[in-house]
Design a protein around this ligand. Structure first.
Ligand code: FES
Length: 322
């Protein structure tokens, strides 16, 4: 672990607000007499929340006094756990996961966004709105890459949607946390592949059809993916007469990617919707995307958009395209 020091600029004093003091006294009652020091983590955490997301030295002393602890013991806790920020953070504090699963899924691109939009790690933007730090696994690897902003998780991120999220937060707009592609939670891309029969879990017993379905030989859909060969999809020299589709309606495609796709000869939703495995692999390779087309389910999105535009998209995904 890196050395963690107190901020050189400290406030003169700290005291819990009335409401927090009464809450803290309630915490102390949870522990047997003489064991009040056990409440140190919740109390330090509440102090940090009260003090704009970081823990100054007077707050650490204040908590130590309340718990009858030597200051050095409280300081050891505050400096050991990285959940305690020892320097000021932005109004929107970004904790970006850089651990292996997120790194393999593109967290490096997100770090570049942080550097571009916010600046160096652990600095606060001049407007006080944003700061960021790289952290270890936040336990949402199945939706990698991801970042936590204050108390919310933003998952299945791309450089494009992450940059937009930061811009929206900075502008005070409401941003929906959770997966930023077509997923609702951590189900497989394209929808659930198991527990498809409600009778398996709704208490009504396992139906015959479920039994026979689960005994079937695996289909192409359920087989584990193999490394696929690549083959260029059908490309066009120019868009059709009516003009190119707005590929940016596909979540995960920003202006830059749209430009690259157009450059390759992809202009329409129905082109994307017909890509086979080898073709997805080929486009993935061109875009250096490390599987993002599947992660963001471009094919399903493109199918909906090709079939019925925004209305069909809303029907399929329950939300408007970007
Ligand atoms: S590796 Fe990023 S959340 Fe686990």
């Amino acid at each position: 672990m890196s050395v963690r020091r107190l901020d050189p600029v400290q406030p003169e004093s700290f005291a819990f607000s009335r409401a927090n003091l009464s809450w803290a006294k309630g915490q102390l009652k949870k522990y047997p007499k003489g064991k009040q020091a056990s409440a140190i983590i919740p109390l330090l955490w509440r102090a940090q929340e009260q003090h704009d997301g970081w823990l100054p030295e007077p707050a650490i002393r204040h908590v130590a006094d309340m718990l009858g602890m030597p200051y050095i013991r409280a300081l050891e806790v505050a400096t050991f756990y990285t959940m305690f920020n020892l320097s000021p953070v932005g109004e929107h504090f970004v904790q970006l996961c850089g651990t292996t699963p997120c790194m393999l899924c593109g967290s490096g691109d997100l770090i570049d966004v942080c550097k571009k939009v916010i600046g160096p790690e652990n600095t606060v933007t001049a407007d006080g709105k944003l700061s960021w730090m790289e952290v270890e696994c936040l336990g949402a690897c199945v939706n990698a890459p991801m970042a936590q902003v204050n108390k919310d998780y933003y998952e299945d991120l791309t450089a494009e949607n992450f940059e937009q999220i930061l811009a929206d937060l900075r502008a005070g707009k409401k941003v929906k946390p959770g997966p930023q592609n077509s997923r609702h939670a951590s189900e497989p891309m394209g929808g659930a592949t198991t527990l498809l029969d409600p009778s398996l879990y709704n208490g009504k017993g396992r139906s015959k059809s479920a039994t026979s379905r689960t005994r079937k030989a695996p289909t192409a859909k359920t087989k584990s993916p193999k490394a696929s060969a690549t083959a260029a999809p059908k490309l066009m020299k120019t868009p059709r007469k009516a003009g190119a589709d707005d590929l940016k309606m596909i979540a995960g495609v920003g202006p830059k990617i749209e430009g690259i796709l157009n450059g390759l000869g992809v202009f329409h939703f129905d082109q994307v919707s017909k890509w086979k495995r080898a073709e997805v692999a080929w486009v993935d390779e061109q875009l250096k995307f490390k599987g993002r087309i599947d992660r963001e389910d471009w094919i399903k999105q493109a199918k909906a958009l090709a079939k019925g535009g925004e209305a069909e998209y809303v029907k399929v995904f329950g939300k408007k395209p970007r």
